[in-house]
Design a protein around this ligand. Structure first.
Ligand code: FES
Length: 168
């Protein structure tokens, strides 16, 4: 059962206004790293609109996920250029490094691993994305370094604030 205390705080900050629906869902996504059923129900009740309308928004926008994707969702590009340049080998390396399979999230919910269609940086193939950040020309030997950099030194430390996406 998901604790929806944070959802109620987010709703309160937004005055439970319908017109803040997307902002509310974005903050929930940031808090829980995905939108579990309990969160959608709490938002529906808080904003007083049917759960079907909340679901319609949550499934329409790519920024939202209905399944756990981890605090750091790692995606290996599955496009042609990246495939030719060794994308599938990066999937294998990440599976070994994270000890999960593609499509899964680590038990601590820190990492999610999946593939993604061409992200439009084919000249940088093979490409992986970590949240909004793009890593290009990734070598198998880079994988442990990328993952290590994302691991918090202290698991209780607060989320790092960033200005926007970066390209590595
Ligand atoms: S094929 Fe990977 S970025 Fe286009």
């Amino acid at each position: 059962m998901v604790d929806v205390t944070k959802v109620n705080e987010i709703l309160e900050r937004h005055g439970s206004k319908r017109e803040h629906m997307i902002a509310i869902l974005l903050e929930c996504q940031e808090e829980y790293f995905y939108l579990p059923r309990e969160v959608l129900e709490a938002v529906s009740a808080g904003v007083n609109i049917p759960i079907t309308s909340v679901l319609a928004i949550a499934t329409f926008f790519k920024a939202f996920s209905l399944k756990p994707i981890g605090r750091h969702p790692i995606r290996v590009c599955n496009g042609t250029a990246c495939n030719i340049q060794g994308g599938p080998l990066l999937v294998d390396a990440l599976e070994r490094e994270l000890k999960i399979k593609k499509g899964q999230t680590t038990p601590d919910t820190l990492f999610g691993l999946d593939t993604v269609n061409c992200v439009g940086c084919c000249g940088l193939a093979p490409v992986i994305t970590v949240g909004p950040d793009v890593h290009g020309k990734v070598k198998i030997s880079d994988v442990p370094k990328i993952v290590k950099k994302l691991r918090p030194k202290d698991p209780t430390e607060p989320k790092e604030e960033k200005d926007g996406p970066t390209v590595h």
